[in-house]
Design a protein around this ligand. Structure first.
Ligand SMILES: [Zn+2]
Length: 164
């Protein structure tokens, strides 16, 4: 028994019914979505997408980090992405703590995380505006590429597009 047996068993059942779609790794709908790791978010379902349609980039807080930019560059030039939606959500854990809070919490467990930047979100609108600007002004991404932000409400399932 391992901690992952439930998953391997589920996968065996999944593979029995799996039909190879013949899809490539290109984003069929030309879309990349940057969203949070929150376990309540079903990015494909809530946007009416299916596997093969979009690149989904997830991290704590849906932040546009250096690694997200790196991945977007690859997604655009190699994998057919032509538009990007940044999608944070309501009730996000990252909006409830500050980096110093996280340092203190890990310190209680004897772990010093002060060399890490957690990109916590004191103001969700401000963070979204900042992250959209990071993509829009990146010298590595095509000028004028459609980039939008929208906040997903984990209680209603509705997206609210950002006005900026
Ligand atoms: Zn979150």
């Amino acid at each position: 028994m391992t901690s992952f047996d439930d998953l391997y068993a589920a996968n065996a059942r999944f593979a029995k019914k799996f039909g190879n779609s013949g899809l490539t790794g290109r984003a069929g709908r030309g879309l990349a979505v940057v969203t949070c790791m929150d376990s309540r978010i079903d990015p494909l379902g809530l946007l009416g997408l299916k596997p093969g349609d979009a690149k989904i980039l997830r991290n704590a807080g849906a932040r546009v980090t250096d690694d997200v930019l790196r991945t977007l560059v690859l997604a655009v030039y190699l994998l057919g992405v032509e538009r990007v939606l940044v999608m944070p959500h309501t009730d996000c854990g990252m909006a409830k703590v500050t980096d110093p809070d996280v340092y203190a919490l890990t310190q209680e467990r004897g772990v010093d995380t002060r060399s890490l930047e957690f990109h916590t979100v004191p103001d969700q609108n401000e963070a979204l505006r900042h992250d959209l600007t990071r993509i829009r002004t990146s010298p590595f991404l095509p000028e004028g590429m459609p980039v939008a932000g929208a906040i997903y409400d984990v209680r209603t399932g509705l997206l609210t597009p950002a006005a900026f």
